[in-house]
Every structure is written in C-alpha cells, then in structure tokens.
Design a protein around this ligand. Structure first.
Ligand code: 8YV
Length: 326
C-alpha cells in the first residue's frame, strides 16, 4: 500500500472536484509564483499523490521537488503536459480519464464539422446582424453527407467520430501510428497522403512531443483550397502559423477548432475569418461527462492511496524504482 502523505492539487480543476479533494482528501493546492518555492521546501517531501489536468500537468522539475510522489492523477484523457517519460523512469504512476469523455468529444467533432462545412455559425452572425432582409441568401456551402473524411488518430475518440460519420454516409480513411486490425476504414500511409485524398481532415491524435506539428504546412497544402480541417485533439498537433497563413490566402476552405497552440490565446487573424469556427476547448464539457471524469479521477486517487495501484494507468506505479532514486 502507498505511504500515507499529502495529496497536492496542481493547476485549476473543476470547482466541485477541488472541493471534494479538499474535504475528503485534505488536499493542498500548489501555489503559483513566488510562494511556490517556499511551499515546496516545507511540504514537498510529504506529497505522495498529485491531482492535475491536461492543461497543467507535472514537469520533471516538480517531480524532483516531490521525492515521495508516487502517482499523478489527471482529470482528462490527455496528459501531454506531464513528462510521462520522466515519471516512468522515476516509477511514478500516471493515470487519465479515458472512455468516459469519448462520446462528447466525438459529438463535438461532428458538430464542428457540420458547422464549418455548412457555415451555421457564420449564417447565425449574418441573421443577427440584420443582413438577411438587405442581402438575401448567404453563399452556398458544402455537403457533409457522403463527404470524404480523413481521421488522424484512430483511437477511442477517432473511432467514435468514424462511427458517427459512417451514419452520414461519409467515406472514412485514417492514418494512425499503426494500422488498426479489423478496421473497415481505408488506411493512408502518411498524414499528407491522407490529407490529399479527403475533403475534411479531423485531428484526433494524442498531443505531446511525438505528434508535434504532425499536421504541418505540407499536410495542410495537401488538404488544399477545397479542404477543411477539424481539430479536437491538441493545438500542438497542428502548425498553427501555417494554418493561419493558408486560411488567409484561401488555400484552405475552412477550419473548426476546439484547441489551440497557446490556449486561451486565439490568433487574432483567425477571429477575423468567417470560414473558421472557434470553440474554447469545450469538447468534454457537459454535466454528464465532467461528472464521470470527476468520478474516475477520484477512483484513481482512492485506489492509489489504498492499494498503490491506479484504475486507468498510462504509466503503472513502481515504488521499487522510486525507492532507489530517493
Ligand atoms: C480537458 C481534455 O482536460 O480530456 C482532455 O484531454 O482536453 C479536456 O477534457 C478538461 O477540460 C479538463 O482540463
């Protein structure tokens, strides 16, 4: 069983989760700024578990300042802000919240695709601005049913998007680190090859150093002036500067984005464009899904504190390794 010690909250979390951690686990919050160093000097060696999110995470320096840390529990499926390689080296377990948010993220991808290709949000702006009586019809848009859709990353979320769009009669292809056994969808050997063969490219790959700018200028150029980009994964997967440039030049038809390179900052150039749909990283943000994510976060924390194991680990805790390092 894991040693008893303090639970540390790192970065902002859902308020009810913060409350639950404080009330039921006596969790303490890692201060920001100048207060952080003295806090770590005083309490660092008492912390055995961290709860954080994909927005903040735990880097190697923070791990070094927490010599008894045994588990990093993430609220969220993505954990690219945590140095998982270093955690594995140190025997620190890492968990996330897979599956429970798959439906809502896939729903958001489909919503963004419909909105981006059909121009709903832009048309809503048109109506609200009182332009309908004066200007008549809005420009024609592009048909979603039957469109050729490429999915980058056919994991849980990518597969759920593919299933939904199959019901729209879309022709689905994908690129993934490896081919997915038994998949009914066409495999493309590279992101550029995938982009060149579809009307819409949907990014559903995990973030992190391995996928940084996987959608680079060449991929976006391959998507072309009639192609649309949808991103519900991480802003880091797409070369945002190239995306902005191609959209401005009419070398891409449009984009629907729930994630950005430097959240919550959205490039001013994108805000100017009418063929772009911009969402504030809301894909998992429903009452039902966030409650399920909270529940799974607490189940991981409780399991670690009681048994030393995590329920949904991406790195399995290994106290023997940590013991040697400390
Ligand atoms: C956020 C997400 O983590 O699960 C993920 O990877 O990106 C989102 O669900 C959530 O907003 C909490 O930060």
């Amino acid at each position: 069983p894991a040693a008893t010690g303090k639970v540390l909250r790192v970065g902002p979390l859902k308020p009810s989760l913060e409350q639950e951690l404080t009330t039921d686990f006596h969790a303490v919050r890692l201060p920001d700024g100048d207060a952080r160093a003295p806090f770590l000097a005083e309490y660092g060696d008492q912390v055995t578990a961290v709860v954080t999110s994909g927005r903040t995470g735990v880097d190697a320096d923070l791990m070094a300042a927490l010599p008894r840390l045994g588990a990093i529990v993430h609220f969220g499926v993505g954990y690219d802000t945590t140095d998982v390689d270093r955690a594995a080296e140190l025997g620190i377990g890492v968990s996330n919240t897979p599956d429970v948010l798959t439906d809502c993220v896939a729903d958001t991808a489909v919503g963004l695709l419909l909105d981006t290709m059909r121009g709903f949000t832009a048309a809503d702006r048109f109506v609200r601005a009182g332009r309908w009586p004066a200007e008549g019809n809005v420009p024609l848009t592009r048909k979603v049913s039957g469109a050729r859709v490429g999915i980058l990353g056919l994991g849980r979320i990518g597969s759920a998007i593919a299933d939904r769009l199959s019901a729209f009669g879309c022709q689905i292809s994908y690129h993934n680190r490896r081919t997915v056994d038994g998949s009914p969808f066409r495999y493309a050997a590279s992101p550029a090859e995938l982009a060149a063969s579809v009307d819409v490219l949907i990014v559903a790959a995990a973030g992190g150093s391995g996928t940084r700018h996987l959608v680079d200028r060449q991929v976006l150029e391959a998507l072309g002036p009639n192609g649309f980009l949808i991103n519900v994964a991480r802003g880091s997967v797409v070369d945002e500067d190239a995306l902005v440039e191609l959209l401005q030049d009419g070398r891409l038809a449009g984009a629907g984005l729930d994630v950005f390179a430097n959240e919550p900052q959205v490039p001013a150039e994108l805000i100017e464009l009418d063929n772009v749909v911009l969402l504030p990283h809301l894909a998992s943000g429903t009452v039902e899904t966030r409650a399920a994510m909270q529940d799974l976060t607490i189940r991981n924390l409780t399991a670690y504190l009681q048994t030393g194991d995590l329920v949904t680990p991406v790195v399995v805790p290994n106290p023997a390794v940590r013991g040697k390092d400390a």
